[in-house]
Design a protein around this ligand. Structure first.
Ligand code: GUN
Length: 296
């Protein structure tokens, strides 16, 4: 079998276009412009690239973007004071604090100081609990993007066997909750899982989110399975820098029914879902109906 390639770049563009349409409608009918505040502490080069890209796309869909760039040695007190100000600002509907934070800042404390209704990352402990109990929450962007692609490809996921490889709070655990919410039978595999190849071979859906370059070979993939590769790993091959996923794409594509490439798969969906979450937060804050197809 030669896998269908799930084009995340095109899908993300479609999601952003839907968000832009809804934003235009909100402005016209309600006089409201959604606003996203992004807070960056320090000068981590990768984080700077992400934050710039988020700001650009926020403006492109017609939302207001508020960027707060703070010095690397900003105190916890000052950061918490800024978050308190954003929590109380009615023009700000979404708040994202770019991670990782410098070592002297307590990440959990900072994340949990964000108003859960504005927590567009879905990392606040309240949102984690709401998702885990099947209640309305803000859902982490990367797993939300994966879910959208899976729903688009399959329609219903009900009864499918899903294996999530990786148990991070940002991807693995929320992904498992979302798949469970769509009535999959879910296994979370990780570095201590026994017989990982056999566990993966049983899966109709494989979500790989471990951060290890090409660790899932094609012969672990069941014929016809759908493979969602969340990994973005920079490696050097033949003297060149290359981006690869957690799945060995070439061999997996020979067995899978559908597969996301790296780059151009899950990656572009993350920012698209951040914009979707900001729109959702804005609609909820104003007691307006939520945008269809853009939430879990
Ligand atoms: N750093 C890398 N990915 C993310 C993300 O999804 N959200 C935040 N806040 N920081 C990140």
């Amino acid at each position: 079998m030669v896998a269908q390639v799930i084009d995340g770049k095109a899908f993300a563009a479609k999601v952003r276009a839907q968000v832009a349409d809804q934003v235009a409608k909100l402005k016209e009918e309600n006089g409201i412009t959604p606003g996203l505040a992004v807070v960056l502490v320090g000068e981590d080069p990768a984080s700077q690239v992400y934050v710039r890209s988020k700001g650009k796309m926020t403006v492109e869909v017609g939302m207001n973007s508020y960027e707060h760039k703070l010095d690397v040695d900003t105190s916890e007190e000052d950061l918490l004071a800024l978050i308190a100000k954003l929590n109380n600002d009615p023009a700000v509907h979404g708040i994202l604090v770019q991670l990782p934070l410098p070592k002297h800042l307590n990440e959990d404390l900072v994340i949990n100081s964000i108003d859960p209704a504005k927590d567009v990352d879905g990392f606040h402990i309240s949102n984690v609990g709401l998702l885990g109990t099947g209640q309305k929450s803000m859902v982490p962007c990367t797993p939300l993007g994966c879910l959208m692609m899976l729903r688009d490809h399959h329609g219903s996921l009900s009864g499918m066997d899903a294996v999530v490889i990786g148990r991070s709070n940002i991807v693995g655990k929320p992904m498992a909750q979302l798949l469970l919410g769509d009535s999959c039978t879910v296994t979370i595999a990780h570095s201590r899982t026994k017989d990982l190849p056999d566990v993966v071979r049983r899966a109709d859906i494989v979500v790989a989110a471990v951060g290890r370059p090409e660790m899932v070979p094609g012969d672990w993939i069941k014929e016809g399975a759908t493979v969602i590769d969340v990994g973005i790993n920079r490696i050097e091959r033949d003297g060149k820098n290359k981006l690869v996923g957690d799945v060995d794409y070439a061999s997996a594509a020979e067995r899978a029914g559908a597969i996301t490439p790296v780059p151009g798969g899950v990656g572009p969906m993350t920012i698209a879902c951040l914009l979707a979450n900001t729109l959702t937060a804005c609609c909820r804050a104003n007691s307006l109906p939520e945008p269809e197809g853009l939430t879990a």
